[in-house]
Ligand binder design. Structure first.
Ligand code: SF4
Length: 157
């Protein structure tokens, strides 16, 4: 998808308004992406119009996550090609396979042309995984104490 310059200006205004008007939601995490990442959306379209050089984001997705396709293919992220399949063995073995290790050891995110055009990067800091696990444990406890709660919420909406 590409935008023309007028549409790009509209997008930039909308993103700036969002960042200004929704500071509380951005800070609380209700809006998941931080201002830097929101601004990257406009940067992506500016680069498409050759108004700026494409700049790769800060990302450690291939080291902290993986994407599993419906057919079992395992990718380091949404954009780089698969390096294995869960049908080849356990996920942990696919993630530690020669192909996966080779990919990660050769990936230079700042200079990689796929990364430079990335629209969905991920950067987990140390502690993010611990916080995510703690949130997951809390959700599981809530579910175990009242397994019908989510269903009730859905039926009300
Ligand atoms: S394509 Fe995007 S998500 Fe994948 S490694 Fe590069 S920057 Fe990260």
């Amino acid at each position: 998808m590409a935008l023309n310059i007028i549409e790009l200006e509209g997008l930039i205004n909308a993103i700036e308004r969002l960042i200004d008007d929704c500071q509380e939601e951005v800070q609380s995490g209700f809006i998941r992406e931080n201002p830097e990442k929101l601004c990257r959306i406009a940067l992506h379209f500016r680069a498409q119009l050759a108004r700026t050089a494409p700049i790769a984001p800060r990302c450690n997705a291939p080291w902290v996550s993986a994407v599993i396709e419906p057919d079992g293919a395992v990718r380091p992220c949404f954009f780089h090609p698969p390096f294995g399949s869960i049908h080849d063995g356990a996920l942990i073995d696919v993630l530690n396979s020669d192909a996966a290790v080779q990919f990660r050891s050769h990936l230079d995110i700042s200079n990689d042309p796929i990364c430079q055009r990335c629209v969905c990067s991920l950067f987990l800091e140390e502690g993010d995984a611990r916080r995510a696990r703690s949130g997951e444990r809390k959700a599981r406890r809530n579910f175990q104490s009242d397994p019908g709660a989510n269903r009730k919420d859905l039926s009300r909406s």
